[in-house]
Design a protein around this ligand. Structure first.
Ligand code: NAG
Ligand code: NAG
Ligand code: NAG
Ligand code: NAG
Ligand code: NAG
Length: 581
C-alpha cells in the first residue's frame, strides 16, 4: 500500500469510526458488577480484534478521599506473543482527549513491532475521556454541541485581513472583536460543564492519571513490578509527571514529541502556545521547499519543479487575504456555510504537523485556491480535530480543558482574568515575534484558553521538581521541526535529568517521530525496550520523502525483508493522524 492510500483512508473515514468499541455494559454477557477499587475484567472486544482484549478496571475516584467513590477506566491490551513476556507497557498518544483503548485496538500490531512482541501493550482512556467514567459530558447532546460551535471563532479560527503589515493598528481592532466573542463562548462552555458535571470534573488532571497508571500497574502486574510507559505529545506530559512524581516506581519510559512540563504546570495556560509554536515557521518552510522540489505533478501548489518556495508562500498569503476580504460561500459542503481565512490557516497549520499528508494537503489547498474550497471546508467544520477514534470531535475541546484547567494555575479572581485586549496583545506578540503565519492559528490557542472560568480544582496539582533520579534512563525523542512540540522542550527535560535520560533527535518535519517513518528511530526505541539505552544525542534520518515519487517507492523495495516489514508498520501507524497535541 502506498502512503497516500493509507493516509487517504483517514480522510475517507472522517468522523465515522470503522470500529466502535461500545461501552462495556452494552456488550458484556455476564455482567459481574465491578464495585471496588482493584476489580478488573477482560473480555473479547466487540467486534473481536485478533490478539486484543478489552477491559475495565475500578480505581478510587479520588486518591486522597475514599468517600468520593470510584471511577472505571476503559482498557484494551494487545497481548505479548513471545515468551517469557516482560510485562505491560502503558500507552498514551496525546490529546488530551484521545482514547488510548482505541489506540491499542487499531495500532497494537504496529506498536508491537516498535516495542517488541514480548510486552503487553495497554491502552487506557484517561480520566474524563472515551469510555472511562465519569466522562466529560457538558452539552446535553452532540447536536447541541455542534450548534454551539458552528460559525464561531472556535470552529473557524481567528482571522486577520492580512499579515503583510504586522504593525498596522487594524489588526488590533479586528482581533479584539473576535476575542470578545471567544471569551463569551469560553465562559458559556465552562458554565455548562459546571451545571452538568459539577464536582465530577475534579478528577481529570494529569496527577490523577499518574496515580491511575500506578494503581493499574500494581493490579495488572503486581505491587513490586515497575511501571513501563510510552507516550506521545500530551502523553509526554503524563510521562514527565509520572517519572517525577513516582521515580522509584519507574521501569522503561519513552516520551516522544515533548511538551514543556514546567510551562504546562506552572504557567497560565493561555500563555502556552507562544512556546509550543516555536518551530512552526521552520516546518512550514520545509513544506513549501519540498513542494517546490517535487513540482506540480506531485504538489499542485507549485507551478513547476524548482519554483522558488517564496512564490508558493506569496500565493498562500494572497489566498488568505482574499478570503479575509470575502469569505468563500460553501453551499454544498457537509454543512452549508462559508470558509474563513482563519479556518483556512488553522487547517494549514494542522497539515504542517503531518508530513505524510502533505501531498493530500497540497491538492486540497490548490483546489481551494482554484475556486473549489468544499473539501477544505468539510475538513474544518466536520472533523476538527481529525482523529477517527473520537466519534464526536467537539467533545474533545471540553475533555481537553477538563485536563488543562486542572494542571495549570488558574487565575481565580475576576480582576486578573485576561481580557479580550490582553489576549489580542498576546496574539499579536505571537504573530510578530514567533510565527507571522500561524501565531493565531493553533487549535491550541482556543483550547489553552478559558481556564479562568473553569469551575473546579483537582485534588492534587503537580508542579515539579522535574529533576528526578531514575534507575533506568528515560528515552526522549524530539524532531528537528515539530510545529507543536519543539525540540527545545525535549532538550529541556534532558538537561534537567542529565543522568536519568537520553535524547535522540529525528532529523525531519512533523509532530512526533511517528509523523514520518525512520527505521533508525524505531530501532532505537525497540532496542530501548530490549534493555539497550541509545547513545545520548543520536540523530536519526527519516526514510520516506514527503512527496514520494516512483523512484522513492522503488528505493524502499530495496530494504531487507525485515526492514520492509517494519516500514509497512510505521506507515500504517502514520495513517493515525495526530493533529495538535
Ligand atoms: C505598516 O503600518 C504602520 C502603522 O499604520 C505604518 O506606519 C507603516 O508605514 C506600514 N508599513 C507598510 C510597509 O505599509
Ligand atoms: C468541488 O470539490 C468537491 C469535493 O472535492 C466535489 O465533490 C465537487 O464536485 C467540486 N465542485 C465543483 C463545482 O467542481
Ligand atoms: C531538583 O530541583 C529542585 C528544585 O529546583 C532543587 O531544589 C533540588 O536541589 C534539585 N535536586 C537535584 C538532585 O538536583
Ligand atoms: C550526574 O552524574 C555526574 C557524574 O557521576 C555527577 O557529577 C553529577 O553531579 C550528576 N548530576 C546530577 C544532576 O545528578
Ligand atoms: C545529550 O544530548 C543532547 C543533545 O545533543 C545535549 O544537548 C546534552 O547536553 C547531552 N547530555 C549530556 C549529559 O551529555
Amino acid at each position: 500500500m502506498s502512503i497516500i492510500a493509507l493516509t487517504l483512508f483517514l480522510f475517507a473515514v472522517g468522523t465515522e469510526p470503522t470500529l466502535i468499541w461500545r461501552s462495556s455494559s452494552q456488550f458484556r454477557k455476564n455482567v459481574a458488577p465491578l464495585l471496588a477499587p482493584g476489580d478488573i475484567d477482560w473480555e473479547e472486544c466487540i467486534p473481536v480484534v485478533d490478539n486484543v482484549e478489552c477491559g475495565r478496571i475500578v480505581v478510587p475516584k479520588d486518591y486522597f478521599n475514599a468517600d468520593a467513590g470510584i471511577a472505571t477506566i476503559a482498557l484494551a491490551r494487545y497481548k505479548a506473543k513471545k515468551f517469557p513476556r516482560k510485562g505491560s507497557v502503558f500507552l498514551n498518544f496525546g490529546g488530551p482527549g484521545n482514547a488510548g483503548s482505541q489506540f491499542a485496538i487499531t495500532d497494537g500490531v504496529q506498536m508491537a513491532k516498535r516495542i517488541g512482541d514480548d510486552w503487553d501493550l495497554v491502552g487506557f482512556d484517561p480520566r474524563g475521556i472515551g469510555n472511562t467514567s465519569p466522562a466529560t459530558h457538558c452539552f446535553p447532546s452532540a447536536l447541541a454541541s455542534d450548534v454551539f460551535f458552528a460559525n464561531t471563532v472556535i470552529e473557524q479560527g481567528f482571522s486577520v485581513s492580512s499579515i503583510s503589515n504586522l504593525s498596522s493598528p487594524l489588526l488590533y481592532d479586528e482581533l479584539v472583536e473576535q476575542y470578545r466573542q471567544f471569551l463569551a463562548l469560553k465562559e458559556t462552555q465552562a458554565e455548562l460543564c459546571r451545571k452538568s458535571m459539577g464536582d465530577e470534573l475534579r478528577y481529570m488532571g494529569t496527577a490523577t492519571v499518574v496515580r491511575d497508571i500506578d494503581f493499574m500497574s500494581q493490579v495488572i502486574e503486581g505491587e513490586d513490578e515497575k511501571i513501563n510507559y510510552f507516550g506521545w505529545s500530551y502523553g509526554s506530559i503524563i510521562g514527565a509527571y509520572l517519572v517525577n512524581m513516582l521515580p522509584n516506581r519507574i521501569g522503561y519510559t519513552i516520551i516522544d514529541g515533548i511538551v514543556d512540563p514546567i510551562l504546562w504546570s506552572n504557567e497560565l495556560s493561555y500563555k502556552w502556545s507562544i512556546n509550543s509554536i516555536s518551530d512552526v515557521e521552520k516546518t512550514y518552510k520545509m513544506f513549501l521547499e519540498d513542494c517546490s522540489k517535487a513540482g506540480s505533478s506531485l504538489c499542485p501548489l507549485a507551478k513547476y519543479k524548482g519554483e522558488p518556495w517564496q512564490n508558493l508562500e506569496r500565493r498562500f498569503e494572497e489566498f488568505f487575504d482574499a478570503t479575509a476580504r470575502k469569505p468563500i460561500p460553501i453551499p454544498f459542503g457537509n454543512r452549508p456555510g462559508f470558509l474563513t481565512s482563519g479556518g483556512a490557516r488553522v487547517y494549514l497549520e494542522k497539515f504542517i504537523g503531518q508530513p505524510a499528508l502533505w501531498p493530500e494537503a497540497a491538492k486540497i489547498y490548490a483546489s481551494a485556491m482554484a475556486g473549489n474550497a468544499t473539501r477544505l471546508y468539510d475538513l474544518i467544520v466536520d472533523a476538527l480535530p481529525l482523529v477517527h477514534p473520537v466519534p464526536h470531535s467537539w467533545k474533545r475541546d471540553l475533555a481537553y480543558m477538563a485536563v488543562v484547567c486542572l494542571d495549570s494555575p488558574r487565575p481565580t479572581s475576576p480582576d486578573v482574568f485576561p481580557t479580550a485586549e490582553d489576549l489580542t496583545e498576546l496574539g499579536l506578540k505571537a504573530l510578530r515575534e514567533v510565527s507571522p503565519h500561524f501565531g493565531l492559528s493553533m487549535t491550541q490557542n482556543t483550547r489553552f484558553s478559558g481556564c479562568q472560568y473553569w469551575p473546579v480544582d483537582g485534588p492534587e496539582r503537580f508542579t515539579g521538581p522535574w529533576n528526578a533520579t531514575l534507575e533506568r534512563k528515560m528515552l526522549i525523542v524530539s524532531n528537528t521541526a515539530d510545529p507543536t512540540t519543539p525540540k527545545s522542550s525535549g532538550l529541556l527535560i534532558n538537561s534537567l535529568m542529565p543522568n536519568s535520560s537520553v535524547i535522540i533527535i529525528q532529523d525531519g518535519p512533523g509532530h512526533t517521530s511517528s509523523a514520518l517513518p525512520s527505521l533508525c528511530t524505531v530501532k532505537l526505541q525497540r532496542e530501548y525496550f530490549a534493555g539497550n539505552i541509545p547513545k545520548n544525542g543520536t540523530v536519526c534520518a527519516v526514510d520516506v520523502a514527503t512527496f514520494p515519487d516512483e523512484k522513492d517507492e522503488a528505493a524502499l523495495q530495496m530494504l531487507s525483508i525485515e526492514d520492509l516489514e517494519l516500514m509497512e508498520a510505521l506507515r500504517a501507524g502514520m495513517a493515525q493522524v495526530r493533529f495538535g497535541y
